[in-house]
Design a binder for this molecule. Structure first.
Ligand code: PSU
Ligand code: MN
Length: 309
């Protein structure tokens, strides 16, 4: 690691030891805690996800910026602080250096979490959904920095696909252009977050964690700089009705337009609206899919660490 980078990182002893021994480590993001779910479910979920990862033989490393330090691995009080904070910054690639310079607090998005995970040497990351190409991007140019990060930072992101608040066909096209593998886990469909299917084909598929770990090893051995999207459908038991969700999402999108919400505020705004419009059912679905992704990410991380030995 570049010695300047270590000046900015605080890695917990547990994560440091696991990395030194080549054991499995799974990164987790903090925007989902600070901006993606309401308190206290956000903190409860963050703790449960860490527990799930430990139970599968991997070490969780939740990532955030606190007092200007890039923290790899958070404790209970850090999770509470992020979960209860009202005005914590949402950090993507562009925002991170300024918050660090100002010694501020920030929650990391998929893009920023990938950057920090790579600093620490962590190659697997579990979350809910990635950002993507927004609807109307041909007019508003709104394309999440998550997508470019996936093309230049070699961290695999296990998610439940992307939400149809986004333009999913354009999101897949963009990932193809940028050379990012998108692997459907036990599905030939690209999953749509709340729903198991989007009607779009997954560009690649794998039936087991071994195959995914093997692909990641080849990517790494060949010196590919890109990451990967591992798209894991929401468990059947929590999947939501596609017709209902399309109506809910249309209504949330028109509220956003009426309220003039744009830029980085749009994703958190829509997530909150969707929870309201479904009386909290979408939150339960969100929690279930994040836990399901934690299981798969831990399983892949364990296989990958065995391959590296
Ligand atoms: N999608 C979700 N939940 C989330 C996010 C996306 O279902 O919490 C967050 C992630 O942190 C993701 C970010 O990286 O939103 C994308 O924001 P933007 O579109 O502004 O890049
Ligand atoms: Mn955006």
């Amino acid at each position: 690691m570049n010695s300047k980078i270590t000046d900015y990182l605080d890695i917990t002893p547990e994560v440091t030891a696991a990395l030194a021994q080549g054991r499995a480590v799974v990164a987790l993001e903090s925007t989902i805690i600070a901006h993606g779910m309401p308190y206290p479910k956000n903190v409860e979920t963050a703790r449960e996800v860490e527990e799930i990862i430990r139970n599968r033989g991997a070490v969780p490393a939740t990532i955030a910026v606190l007092d200007g330090r890039i923290r790899i691995g958070l404790d209970d009080s850090d999770l509470e602080r992020l979960g209860q904070a009202k005005n914590v910054a949402k950090l993507s690639r562009r925002d991170l250096p300024m918050i660090v310079a100002r010694k501020g607090d920030g929650a990391t998005t998929v893009a920023a979490t990938m950057i920090c995970a790579a600093f620490a040497g962590i190659s697997i990351f579990a979350t809910g959904g990635i950002g993507g190409v927004h609807r109307g991007a041909e007019g508003n140019f709104d394309i999440s920095a998550d997508l470019d990060e996936l093309s230049k930072t070699s961290v695999a992101v296990v998610c439940a696909g992307a939400k149809s608040i986004l333009d999913l066909p354009k999101t897949l096209e963009y990932l193809e252009t940028r050379g990012v593998p998108v692997v459907g886990y036990q599905t030939d469909q690209f999953p749509a977050f709340y729903c198991r299917e989007s009607g779009l084909s997954a560009p690649l598929t794998a039936q087991d964690p071994e195959t995914i770990a093997a692909m990641l090893k080849v990517q790494r051995d060949l010196g590919y700089e890109s990451g990967a999207v591992i798209a894991n459908p929401i468990p059947q038991s929590h999947a939501m009705d596609a017709t209902e969700m399309n109506l809910v999402i249309s209504s949330a999108l028109s509220d956003a337009q009426n309220d003039g919400v744009v830029g980085k505020a749009i994703t958190p705004y829509l997530l909150t609206k969707i929870v309201e419009l479904t009386d909290g059912r979408s939150l339960e679905a969100n929690i279930a899919l994040v836990k399901n992704n934690a299981v798969l990410a831990a399983n892949i991380a364990v296989k990958l660490s065995a391959l590296a030995k």
